[in-house]
Ligand binder design. Structure first.
Ligand code: WQD
Length: 346
């Protein structure tokens, strides 16, 4: 059974990916320092899959501790690297925090990949690397634009580091550029656990709908789009997760066309903020309390994916539509509330 190391395995996409890997016959270990996640996810993974996994509570910026994990697991057949800070707004206010964490972690990890001859590496990248695209949908060959934030810059630099690292051919890499990952596992045992006030649209919607937030803001309705609000490509977290399993299999089967192949992970459908809200209201039966507010600095007007490469080369099939995304996100929010109430009553 091939062993895969998932960094950031307690996080939103990491935990869902571990479930998919386990369900596809892989052995998995995780490295997560839980600075922005909780071991609660590990219990959720075990509840869904019935399989135990070990999380090493290690900060990847600590080389010795990271190296020790590889020394204890010399049979790692592949690494999937999620562990990174990812709040666009926060990164603008704290660029050095983002460059230090996201880049030092990657460098330490690659030193271990090289030292222990790990053959395959999948990197969590983002559509952010495209900036404000000149043409949509974007393909993997669309120009990489000036990053809109230090967060986006760390994804661009990470990709460049990996391109250079694989030049020696010692390791094969896949860059997965996510569009907007949303939703939750259909069992409602795993989902997104934003820390503090949610920055992203869907958790802001569900927390407003459940009453955790009094009202939410739609950041601008005067954009040159069909209803004035920004366009994004929302993609279910379980579809994103399965793409990682397919990426590992693609590398194991030697199907890669270069030492560093790139794939967009989006549905290929552009959805406006107001359309997303409307779909949520239809799926939840809740009328959302929101107001139109000023544009948010750094927001891209419109972006969505051309996903032909992932569909045709990885064999990726999208299973969840926007209704599923909103329905599962809402079921997860209801589950969190029920657990919080049970904790208070016990
Ligand atoms: C989506 C749309 C907002 C909140 C970022 C990163 C990307 C990925 C996902 C990590 C925008 C609008 C949002 C709210 C709103 N990060 N919005 N009210 O900015 O497209 O992407 O997060 O994986 O790499 O760049 O996602 O969900 O923050 O915003 O109107 O309360 O929703 O203005 O138009 P974004 P988002």
């Amino acid at each position: 059974m091939q062993k895969i190391l998932v960094t950031g395995g307690c996080g939103f996409i990491g935990s869902h990916t571990i479930v998919d890997l386990l369900n596809n016959g892989y052995d998995v270990i995780s490295i997560d320092d839980n600075s922005r996640s909780s071991n609660f996810s590990i219990a959720g993974i075990e509840q869904i899959t019935g399989k135990k996994i070990k999380n090493y509570k290690v900060d990847l910026k600590n080389f010795d501790e990271t190296q020790a994990v590889f020394q204890e697991n010399t049979d790692i057949a592949g690494v999937i690297h999620f562990a990174a800070y990812k709040a666009v707004g926060e990164s603008v206010g704290a660029p050095l925090l983002y460059f230090e964490n996201n880049l030092f972690s990657l460098i330490n990890l690659l030193k271990c990949v090289e030292e222990f001859s790990v053959p395959n590496f999948v990197f969590s990248s983002s559509c952010t690397v495209y900036g404000n695209p000149d043409a949509i949908p974007v393909t993997e060959l669309s120009p990489i634009k000036q990053a809109e934030s230090p967060y986006g810059a760390t994804k661009q630099m990470g990709e460049e580091m990996l391109q250079a690292f694989t030049k020696n051919g010692k390791c094969n890499v896949i860059l997965l550029r996510y569009f907007n990952p949303v939703g939750a596992h259909p069992t409602a045992i795993l989902g997104e656990l934003p820390i503090g006030r949610p920055q992203n649209l869907v958790p802001a919607i569900t927390q407003t709908a459940i009453g955790k937030l009094p009202k939410m803001k739609v950041f601008g309705n005067d954009y040159p789009t069909r209803d004035g609000s920004c366009v994004r490509d929302y993609i279910h977290v379980c579809d994103i997760a399965h793409a990682h399993t397919l990426a590992i299999q693609y590398l194991e089967q030697g199907k890669n066309e270069s030492h560093c192949d790139v794939f967009n992970l989006g549905t290929g459908l552009g959805v406006t903020v107001l359309e997303a809200i409307k779909t949520f209201e239809e799926q939840s039966g809740v009328s959302l309390n929101y107001e139109i507010a000023e544009r948010r600095p750094g927001d891209v007007i419109a972006i969505y994916a051309n996903n032909d490469a992932a569909v045709n080369k990885l064999g990726w099939k999208i299973e969840y539509d926007l209704k599923d995304m909103m329905r599962t996100a809402w079921a997860w929010e209801l589950k969190i509330k029920a657990q919080e109430e049970a904790a208070i009553n016990n």
